[in-house]
Design a protein around this ligand. Sequence first.
Ligand code: AP5
Length: 218
Amino acid sequence: MNLIILGPPGSGKGTHGEIIGKDYSIPKISTGDLLRKEVKRKSELGIKAKKYMDAGLLVPDNLVIEILKKNIERSSCKNGFILDGFPRTINQAMALEKIAHIDIVLNLSLSHKTIIERITGRLTCKKCGAIYHIKNIPPKKDGICDICGGKLYQREDQKKEVVENRLNIYEKQTKPLIDFYKNKGILFNVNAEGEVDVVSKRISELLKRLIKQLNQNY
Ligand code: AP5
């Protein structure tokens, strides 16, 4: 199963991508995580990407497509993958069509108020990338990852003005993908309001139904 999770910043793409990946034993590829790794390594790509990411702008298509392609071609993706944060432009979606076939696109929808609450409270583990939330999903010990003991931090792009920028960019450049995939008949909306377990149950029931249909069609 090759799946895309679409949704505005803070909608839970990373959180739910991780859960689906575990349920179906397929890797989640997050272009945001891949880019943040490059920034940390201070690679040529990371240095170029940082100025866009810090401002809440999209990294140029050619750089992101290159990094995505390299990751999809890994053998761990041969039984399927989940894309979190890619594609983000029509141009990226068209490039993806040349790299892989997509079966299902989940579109997470939620209110502006919930988005802001989720993004501004997010905590991420420096070591393993696990995602927490100050109020909704707090770690057992303040500032420490439950899974690996790594330090939790707030991402640079969580500042209020940068978040507003990311939301504007989403509206202009990424939202048109909803119609792009709707027209292909593979887009399915998910109400992403509510606690993680509740949203996760909605996704899991939907996926069970869709996978059954996919298997019947093959
Ligand atoms: P990226 O890392 O992809 O950021 P994003 O899309 O803005 O999404 P987020 O990671 O902020 O949120 P999310 O939807 O994953 O939600 P999460 O699960 O964390 O991209 C960062 C930057 O990289 C971009 O701005 C751009 O510059 C660049 N980039 C990346 N991909 C690119 C591309 N393809 N092209 C060009 N540039 C690219 O959840 C948010 C919070 O809510 C967490 O705290 C979580 O614990 C909590 N939460 C989640 N679900 C629930 C729930 N149901 N109930 C309560 N709390 C919840």
